[in-house]
Design a protein around this ligand. Structure first.
Ligand code: ZN
Length: 407
C-alpha cells in the first residue's frame, strides 16, 4: 500500500519552491525555482536508490532497476514547471506519485522485471518559451531539438542558454529508446470527478484542438463625427462574432468548448472607431469530425457577420492537435486496478493537453486523473485531497507493477 501521508508531505515540501503569497506556486520552466525543484526531486530519487539520466533538453529519468536489465522501462511521471500563478498539484502530482510508487516498492522489497523510470518532462506549461510540452515533444520526435533550444522568452533569453544556466543540459540523446508502457497521473483540471464523487478517472483520451487567429478589418474614423449607420467598426464586428462562436458550439450536444480570450484592437483609442481587430479562437472536442463541423459553423457565422457589416475578414488556422485515444489495454488496466482495490473509478476525457498525449504515439500509454477542488487549475487556489491523491497513486502502483512484470 502506498503511504498517503508521505505522498502528501512530499507535495507540501515541493510546493514551498516558488510558493506565492496566495498559496499557489510560480515555477516557470528553466527558472531558478525550476532548478531547485529538480534538485529536490533528484535528491529524493537518489535516496530511493534510483540512478539519474538527463537528456539534452533537460528531461530527467530516475531509474529503479528491474531484474531484467535488457527490458525496456515502464515510465511514469509528469512535470515540475508551473504557470506564473499556478497551483501545487498540476504536474507535481504525476512526478511525486511516481516517486511514491518507487518508495512503496522499496519498503515492501518488491522487485519488478522491467526497470521503472520516473520522468520529469521539461517545460510542459509552455507559458515562457514558444510552445507547450517541449520536452516530451522532442522526445517523441514531434519537434526539432535545435528549434526548442533556440526558442526565446519575452526577455530574449533562449531555452538552450537557460537550460545550461540551471545546469540541466544533459548529455543523453533525447528519446530513441523503446518504452514498455507509460502512465501519467494528473489532477483532472475539470469538475466532473468531484461532481460525481469519484476519486479516480481512467482517462480514455484527450480532446482534439483547433486554434485560429481572426483578423477583422474595418475603417478608422472619428468617434464623434462618423454617423452610426456609416461605420465600419471592426471591434463591434468581432464582438458579434465572439457571440456567434459561442452559439455555434451550442449547436452540438454535448457542446464542444470554444473560447475567444485574446483580442487586439487597433488603434485602441477611446475616440477612434477601431479599424482592425484581431482575436483568437481556441476550440476543443474529443471527436475530430465534430471539431471540423464546428470550425465550418464558426467560420460561416463570422463571414456572414462581416458581410452584413461591410467588414473584411481573414481566418487563419494557427494550430491543430488531433484527438488522442489512449491505449485500450492501459485504460482497462486502470479500470481493473481501481476495481480490485474497491476504488470508485469512471472513464473521463482530458480537456487539457498533457505530456502523455505526445508519448501516446510511441508506447502503450494511459493516464490516471484525480479530482481537484471545483475543477480549478492554472490558479493559485488549485487544491486536491490527500485521500484522492493517494487513491490515484495506489492505482498507479498497481498498473506500473503489472506492466513491468508483463511479458
Ligand atoms: Zn500539467
Amino acid at each position: 500500500m502506498i503511504n498517503r501521508d508521505r505522498l502528501w508531505q512530499s507535495h507540501m515540501e515541493m510546493a514551498k519552491i516558488g510558493a506565492t503569497p496566495a498559496g499557489g506556486v510560480c515555477r516557470l520552466a528553466l527558472s531558478d525555482e525550476d532548478k531547485v525543484s529538480r534538485d529536490l526531486f533528484i535528491s529524493w530519487a537518489r535516496e530511493a536508490g534510483c540512478t539519474i539520466r538527463i537528456d539534452r533538453v533537460g528531461n530527467i529519468f530516475a531509474r529503479r532497476a528491474g531484474t531484467d536489465p535488457s527490458s525496456p522501462p515502464v515510465i511514469t511521471g509528469s512535470h515540475l514547471d508551473t504557470q506564473p500563478l499556478g497551483g501545487r498539484f498540476d504536474g507535481a502530482y504525476g512526478v511525486l506519485a511516481g516517486l511514491e510508487v518507487v518508495r512503496t516498492l522499496n519498503d515492501a522489497g518488491t522487485e519488478t522485471r522491467a526497470p521503472i523510470d520516473i520522468v520529469v518532462w521539461t517545460d510542459e506549461e509552455g507559458c515562457r518559451f514558444s510552445s507547450k510540452t517541449m520536452g516530451s515533444m522532442v522526445f517523441a520526435g514531434k519537434i526539432d531539438e535545435d528549434e526548442v533550444r533556440a526558442a526565446t522568452d519575452p526577455d530574449g533569453k533562449s531555452f538552450g542558454a537557460e537550460l545550461e544556466r540551471i545546469g540541466y543540459a544533459g548529455s543523453e540523446a533525447c528519446g530513441g529508446f523503446p518504452i514498455k508502457a507509460y502512465f501519467e497521473n494528473h489532477i483532472e483540471q475539470g469538475p466532473l470527478l468531484e461532481q460525481e464523487g469519484i476519486p479516480v478517472g481512467a482517462v480514455v483520451g484527450a480532446q482534439g484542438q483547433r486554434c485560429f487567429l481572426v483578423t477583422v478589418t474595418g475603417e478608422e474614423g472619428h468617434a464623434g463625427t462618423v454617423p452610426m449607420d456609416q461605420r465600419k467598426d471592426s471591434f463591434l464586428g468581432a464582438a458579434r462574432m465572439a457571440d456567434a462562436i459561442n452559439r455555434a458550439a451550442f449547436q452540438f450536444d454535448p457542446p464542444p468548448v470554444a473560447t475567444v480570450a485574446h483580442v487586439r484592437v487597433r488603434p485602441n483609442s477611446r475616440n477612434t472607431i477601431s479599424g482592425e481587430t484581431v482575436f483568437t479562437i481556441d476550440s476543443r472536442y474529443p471527436d475530430a469530425d465534430k471539431l471540423l463541423q464546428l470550425e465550418e459553423a464558426m467560420s460561416a457565422a463570422c463571414k456572414e457577420i462581416a458581410d452584413n457589416m461591410g467588414l473584411g475578414i481573414e481566418i487563419a488556422r494557427t494550430s491543430i492537435a488531433a484527438p488522442v485515444q489512449f491505449n485500450a489495454g492501459c485504460v482497462d488496466a486502470v479500470r481493473r486496478a481501481a476495481e480490485a482495490r474497491d476504488i470508485p473509478c469512471m472513464d473521463v476525457y482530458s480537456g487539457a493537453g498533457h505530456d502523455a498525449c505526445k508519448i501516446a504515439d510511441l508506447a502503450p500509454t494511459g493516464m490516471i486523473f484525480v479530482p481537484c477542488e471545483r475543477g480549478i487549475s492554472h490558479n493559485e487556489a488549485e487544491n486536491a485531497t490527500p485521500d484522492d491523491l493517494a487513491a490515484g497513486t495506489q492505482v498507479l502502483l498497481d498498473v506500473v507493477v503489472e506492466a513491468a512484470n508483463a511479458d
